[in-house]
Structure formats: structure tokens, C-alpha cells
Design a protein around this ligand. Structure first.
Ligand SMILES: [Zn+2]
Length: 75
């Protein structure tokens, strides 16, 4: 994922558990600064932004993951 300074205003850290090997991994996503961009974790989860994310387990390469935690990154 590319980060471009000045165009990204919201960064979230996601914790995703692999449904296959049950290992958890973290993933950082950046949300573009657009009108209906999610501004909180709740809004992020309710939006369809996560539906477009592709998960690939770094350990077993399973494509099925479950979101177990999310945080908005400050600063
Ligand atoms: Zn896995």
C-alpha cells in the first residue's frame, strides 16, 4: 500500500485472525480524505471499505480472515 503525505488523513490499525491457522496479524490501512470517509472505527466497520480489503495470511496464505480488533492511529 502506498502512503502519500498530504492525501491521507486517517490511518487505522486492524487486527485480523486467520480462519485457517487462527494466527493473528496486524494490518495498517489508510483511508483517503474523501467526503464520506470513515472517521472512527465504528464508521470504518459500518462502511464497505473493509469489504474491499483482501486478506492473505502471512503464515498459511489463507484468504479468509476475521477482524478481531481495530484502532484509529493518532498523529
Ligand atoms: Zn493462516
Amino acid at each position: 500500500m502506498q502512503l502519500t503525505v498530504g492525501e491521507i488523513s486517517r490511518v487505522f490499525d486492524l487486527q485480523i485472525r486467520c480462519e485457517n491457522c487462527m494466527r493473528e496479524s496486524e494490518r495498517r490501512i489508510a483511508v483517503p480524505d474523501i467526503d464520506d470517509a470513515p472517521d472512527s472505527v465504528d464508521e470504518l466497520i459500518e462502511s464497505n471499505f473493509l469489504a474491499n480489503l483482501r486478506f492473505c495470511c502471512p503464515r498459511c496464505e489463507s484468504a479468509i480472515g476475521r477482524l478481531v480488533g481495530a484502532w484509529r492511529r493518532r498523529g
